[in-house]
Ligand binder design. Structure first.
Ligand code: NAD
Length: 313
């Protein structure tokens, strides 16, 4: 372990020690909010740049997940996808990951968005070792992570939920207990599938209006006061310059990246297929998102081609 251990100034010994794994766009601000609230944090990420930021904020930096979890009563992870969660907790052969190193009674909270089946797999392995596991994906994006206003959607036992709640309340505003293991992930992808459908539908409706001579702002205002009103129209208008400080008014940069939406829609489609549930609207939104992604990829490779040929010439 890195010897620099700068605890938060007002840390409280009655609070559990926390190991935080995965310090990306979401994990870093979430961990910073815990430090600000006086929790002692030991952090781990594959990226040195990511850990450096947390070290400056007062965390101690560990060399491995196991190292981070030494002396921790609670482990929180915020990783990109199911394979990363699997690899951290279960290891390469399913039994040589972090879970095998944790003492009984440790509380593990995974806030990554992953398949419910993957969350249940890790929960089952944890439960055999006497470890409490919660799937606790979030909604609210990087803005919510920075402001500490995330929505946590939690799956797992009532007892583990009660232990986790005060810690989650530091990073979020709304904390829901959705049900047993995996329920948090199911609720999260149901929400995001609906968001994908609403985003596609809103963009389609505004485009239809504009192509028929309407001003996008006027049309958006009309729909906001009519039955088409939805979250996308309220805070995330997809048409440029209708709203300030949204990706559409910033060259479609920033915000909830389309590759993450694609990932969540794929998870929803996988769950629907596994459980034989029909989701025709979700399937259409997934197809549209895929089409948009491949168009973006073609545009990027064309731009790269132009730059490379210009350099050769
Ligand atoms: P990110 O890619 O910015 O961060 C992931 C971090 O995990 C990176 O710093 C990476 O180095 C680290 N990492 C990867 N493998 C690791 C390993 N084996 N051990 C330790 N660290 C490892 O991703 P993010 O935007 O922070 O998203 C994290 C999760 O939150 C994802 O599951 C995403 O779907 C979900 N989510 C993201 C948003 C958002 O707006 N970004 C919103 C809601 C939910």
């Amino acid at each position: 372990m890195n010897t620099k251990d700068v605890n938060a100034t007002d840390n409280d010994t009655t609070k559990p020690n926390i190991a935080f794994i995965g310090l990306g766009n979401m994990g870093a601000p979430m961990a910073e909010n815990l430090l600000k609230a006086g929790y002692r944090l030991s952090v781990y990420d594959l990226s040195a740049e990511a850990t450096e930021r947390l070290q400056q904020a007062g965390a101690s930096v560990a060399d491995s997940p196991k190292d981070a979890a030494q002396n921790a009563q609670v482990v929180i992870s915020m990783l990109p996808a199911g394979q990363h969660v699997h690899s951290v907790y279960l290891g390469d052969n399913g039994a040589d990951g972090l879970l095998a190193e944790l003492p009984q009674g440790t509380l593990v909270i995974d806030s990554s968005t992953i398949a419910a089946a993957d969350a249940r797999l890790v929960a089952e392995a944890a439960s055999k070792l006497g470890i409490d596991f919660l799937d606790a994906p979030v909604s609210g994006g990087t803005g919510g992570a920075i402001a500490g206003t995330l929505t946590f959607i939690v799956g797992g036992s009532t007892d583990a939920f009660a232990k986790a709640e005060p810690i989650l309340a530091v990073m979020g505003k709304n904390i829901f207990h959705a049900g047993e293991h995996g329920a948090g992930q199911v609720a999260k992808i149901c929400n995001n599938m609906l968001l994908g459908i609403l985003m596609a539908g809103t963009a389609e409706a505004i485009n239809l209006g504009v192509k028929n001579g309407l001003d996008p702002k006027v049309l958006s205002d009309i729909m906001l006061q009519s039955s088409g009103r939805n979250w996308t129209l309220e805070v995330y208008n997809p048409y440029p310059q209708v709203m300030e400080n949204v990706p559409s008014s910033n060259g479609y940069q920033g915000g909830f990246m389309s590759k993450l939406m694609q990932k969540d829609l794929n998870l929803a489609m996988q769950t629907a297929e596994d459980t034989h549930v029909e989701t025709p609207m979700g399937a259409k939104a997934t197809e549209l998102m895929k089409r948009m992604q491949s168009r973006t990829a073609i545009e990027i490779s064309r731009a790269l081609w132009r730059v490379t040929t210009a350099q050769i010439e």
